[in-house]
Design a protein around this ligand. Structure first.
Ligand SMILES: [Cu+2]
Length: 380
């Protein structure tokens, strides 16, 4: 039930219904969204939280924080954006200055993401559907332990989240537990989820989700005392610190370590494309929804598979695999969506234990829709 049209099901037609039924095997922070065109950038998504009947963490409150980038009905529509982007940018304005041209943003830059961070200009960045001018306020008591479940539902924006004056203890990513790690902020690519625990201070604190490299931020308020809310911040300067939480610094909890085993098969996905032509591809091929199984990548049930994301582009990509949760190298975290930095290769391992046809794609929705998708097909 992690399938997509046209691979394993038809789109749910207007006025029609489709019944999903699945076993909630893994507790954790998940989400659901359509896989049709760029609908995801119209806000058609929701959080899916699977509670653990034997929850090992103790906390007093829980807060779901969904991050999003928003333009629909404000400056344009997602379909118009895709149309604009697909024409390509040529070699315009790449001199390191942040510049808006219609729906496109040029000169985005982030040390963490190694260059270009996004392609699209958004007038608004949202937390739980609300802009910074009308922020969500989360009320708690000083000393309360709060579990925050962050979900990046954005289409083209990595967010770095922090709460002023608070340490975040990362406990999970993409639903799976990690060895706890204390940080000041967490970098979250599109499609990624992070759970953190914070101990609330006394006062009114900004929760800032910096739109990485875009000189803007989403904003919410954590309130445990009286006083005026702080003004929205545009970026994270005063919250900046060396302790940025990124997946490569995390270690999977012992309970979810993949058992050590030799790799039976390596599946390589070479990511290519550029802003100039906007023809994003995997292994040299733009995904064709009319022929989804063309050039599908074969795996066999029972194999230990190493998936090799080779990023031959000058931009980062949040790569996602359906139907599985892989492990990052060096006993790293179990994940299903990972930031692959420009010019770098990320090798992740998984057990082929879920036969079927599964999509792997960039969770930048405009990259995915422009061809950066490939199919992993179990062979008999
Ligand atoms: Cu991408």
């Amino acid at each position: 039930m992690d399938g997509v049209p046209p691979l394993t099901q038809n789109p749910i037609a207007a006025g029609d219904a489709f019944r999903y039924s699945f076993t909630a095997e893994h507790p954790g922070t998940y989400w659901f969204h359509p896989h049709v065109g760029v609908q995801i950038d119209r806000g058609l998504y929701g959080a899916l939280i699977i509670d653990d009947p034997r929850e090992p963490l103790s906390y007093d409150q829980e807060w779901i924080v969904i991050l999003d980038d928003w333009l629909d009905g404000v400056t344009s529509t997602p379909d118009q954006v895709l149309n604009d982007l697909s024409k390509g940018m040529g070699a315009m304005g790449m001199n390191g200055m942040l510049m808006r041209m219609g729906n496109m943003l040029m000169g985005t830059n982030s040390a963490l993401l190694g260059g270009d961070t996004g392609d699209v200009y958004y007038p608004l960045y949202l937390i739980n559907g609300r802009p910074a001018a009308d922020p969500e306020t989360f009320t708690s008591k000083p000393g309360s332990k709060i579990r925050i479940r962050f979900i990046n539902a954005g289409a083209d924006t990595a967010f770095r989240v922090a709460i002023s004056g608070h340490t975040l203890t990362i406990t999970h990513t993409d639903g799976y537990p990690v060895r706890h790690r204390e940080v000041d902020s967490v970098l979250i690519g599109m499609g990624e989820r992070y759970d953190v625990i914070v101990t609330a201070g006394d006062g009114v604190f900004p929760l800032v989700a910096s739109a990485e490299g875009k000189d803007a931020a989403a904003y919410a308020i954590l309130r445990t005392g009286t006083g005026a809310a702080p003004a929205p911040l545009k970026t994270l300067p005063e919250l900046n610190s060396p302790r940025v939480g990124v997946a490569e610094d995390l270690i999977a909890d012992d309970a979810v370590q993949l058992r050590p085993r030799a790799v039976d098969r390596t599946v390589q996905m070479k990511l290519s494309g550029s802003m100039n032509s906007y023809k994003w591809a995997i292994n040299g091929r733009q995904f064709n929804p009319d022929r989804p199984l063309q050039d599908a990548l074969a795996v066999h049930q029972g194999e230990r598979v190493q998936l090799e994301f080779v990023n031959d582009t000058t931009m980062w990509h949040p790569m996602h695999l359906h139907g599985h949760t892989y492990q990052h190298p060096g006993r790293g975290p179990r994940k299903d969506t990972s930031i692959v930095l420009p010019g770098k290769t990320l090798r992740v391992d998984f057990d082929a234990d879920n036969p079927g046809l599964w999509l792997s794609h960039c969770h930048n929705i405009y990259h995915g829709e422009s061809g950066m998708m490939a199919v992993l097909a179990y062979q008999k």
